[in-house]
Design a protein around this ligand. Sequence first.
Ligand code: FAD
Ligand code: UDP
Length: 372
Amino acid sequence: MKQYDYLIVGAGLFGAIFAYEARKRGKKCLVIDRRSHVGGNIYTKEVEGIQVHQYGAHIFHTSDKEVWDYIQKFAEFNRYTNSPVARYKTELYNMPFNMNTFNSMWGVMTPAEARSKIDEQIADAGIKEPKNLEEQALSLVGRDIYEKLIKGYTEKQWGRRATELPSFIIKRLPVRFTYDNNYFNDKYQGIPIGGYTQIIEKLLSNIEVHLDKDFFANRAEFAAQADKILFTGMIDEYYNYCYGELEYRSLRFETEILDCENYQGNAVVNYTEYEVPFTRIIEHKHFEFGSQVSSINPKTVITREYPAEWNRGDDPYYPMNDDKNNDLYAKYRLLAEKEHNVIFGGRLGMYKYFDMHNIVSEALKCVKTNLY
Ligand code: FAD
Ligand code: UDP
């Protein structure tokens, strides 16, 4: 008899949901994380009375009622709607691409005028079947928007030419012929009042959690304690990079507390020029509508997000889901399928650019497959 039914590597959203559901079904779990806090990349922390999204802006959005109902059990959500503003040199544009953007770009007023301007630029680009991100963008919104709002941001974010990137990355962004600045098309959207960490803490309550513990520092000893392992770290690292390294993109966050009540007037401002080294600045108080503004002690917290190359030992924030890496992942996946006692889950374990709603849905699927 081993001490635990499950060893769960990673106290992020995937690991925490699995642990919660396993405990509900009478399984004894040990959760470990190499970081000194729970929550993985959705971790939030209170600073100056403001919930700070420690690893970048996190907005929950989904059209799946089951996912929305599930996450609501662990926090009350506000009505935050993501509406970033993009800065290109001295120009400001609303995101995602909509009538407000088209009006600022070309002075057009009606959807028909905007459509005709974009169609003209799409025809000039002459792309029949887009083969990469640049071609996809040019055939979706034309050259002006591509040059000012997409190319620079994308190339610094991913550290590659837009012609070398897969087009799916840009397909996340809506193009609309209405005056609607909502970044997402989903039915439900919001941010948990009081931050995301409470969700993870509730999911993990009454479960043994050991922080600052790296699975690889003591692999055999950890594995010996449980019948099964749920692994939400990097799948290539789990297999000692035996087929080679998968590629990731990393980030560096620079957070500052400022003596100012309102720094940029919006939660998210994107800097789309290549020459500005960061991609966006987030001002955390606006995720909760500046409700923490105090005229007695006016402070705000901002974070600049700098894209960075990933090297072993760095935080792997984004999988690079192009064909080369997806093929390599498929080889690791074959190894994973032969395992009887190890399950892989989450953004790193499944090597997929998953948002939180995808994680909830995948974790619940994983529960059904493994715990029913
Ligand atoms: P993670 O959160 O990465 O958790 C994995 C955990 O495993 C980590 O805590 C890690 O420390 C631990 N771990 C890894 N290896 C080991 C090891 N060897 N030993 C011990 N512990 C280990 N999603 C949205 O829906 N909306 C957004 O607005 C949004 N914005 C984002 C912005 C940024 C900058 C980033 C990077 C992501 C964003 N996401 C967003 C995606 C969201 O963060 C992920 O979908 C989610 O956090 C993935 O959860 P996870 O549990 O799979 O992984
Ligand atoms: N993007 C862009 N300009 C912007 C914002 C986004 O070109 O102002 C592109 C960029 O390639 C980015 C992708 O759209 O990687 C997805 O953006 P999103 O904001 O959804 O990315 P995430 O929040 O996951 O980093």
